[in-house]
Design a protein around this ligand. Sequence first.
Ligand SMILES: Nc1ncnc2c1ncn2[C@@H]1O[C@H](COP(=O)(O)OP(=O)(O)OP(=O)(O)O)[C@@H](O)[C@H]1O
Ligand SMILES: [Mg+2]
Length: 259
Amino acid sequence: MRVISIISLKGGVAKTTTSVNMAYILCKQGFRVLLIDNDKQGNASKTFGLYNPEDENTVARIMLERGLDVREIINKTPYSDSEAGTLDIITANMELLEANMRTIVDTGRQQQTRFKKALTAVSDQYDFCIIDNAPDINMSIINALVVSDDLIIPIMIDQYSFDGLEILIEQIEQTKEDFNPALTFRGCLVTQYRKADVQEQGTEVLDSGYPIFESRIRRTENKVNESTFAGKPVVEYSVRCGASQDYKKFVREYLEAIK
Ligand SMILES: Nc1ncnc2c1ncn2[C@@H]1O[C@H](COP(=O)(O)OP(=O)(O)OP(=O)(O)O)[C@@H](O)[C@H]1O
Ligand SMILES: [Mg+2]
């Protein structure tokens, strides 16, 4: 199982949209995919109609329970039993907030390796695990970095694009050094892209300092928002729209890069 973290300290840059659509595309290509919602907002869970504020079987249990059988908290999505691959999910809700706070004071066992330990049990069951992270660096996000093979940072080109990028990259370097030397920063993914000079210039600046995917995800005003209300990945909701085409291209580029 190859683990991919979609991560950024910035909110609203399309982490969830990228995670959900990447998971869906890989599933449709015949891969077995586990999506982990690692954000107390539960937006990835909501996409599949699986958000429940009362649910006790969420990602929070990974942080809290020693010896958890992670299979107990894996849910099916409408795509789990599709003809091609599989798309299962571990959901999140506000419980994750308390779980993170409790983990910080629980120094009795290692705090950073709880995802890693829990996911070992299903590593033969899936080809890919995609983790949709919150716009933060908290203990469950450090756990995601420790268990990941690949990192992808979605970026929206605007005045504040680079805010937090250095801090995040520093954190990645530290995690690499302390826990996970195999962690690879695959690149920044430009999302919500519009044809405009400022977007071109911003992308060039980014390209000069950081690894970046050639594929860019176009801003597709209505379809992406409509798809969230429809409870579907945009790639399923509107096959032909710009963002759907771009996400497919991006996944091809990613698969090529890991060959
Ligand atoms: N290519 C796109 N075109 C148009 N709108 C988009 C596109 N990608 C994402 N959006 C919209 O932008 C908003 C933020 O996207 P998303 O929730 O994926 O970001 P996020 O980084 O996960 O946010 P958060 O930090 O809150 O978790 C959503 O309303 C989403 O529908
Ligand atoms: Mg999100």
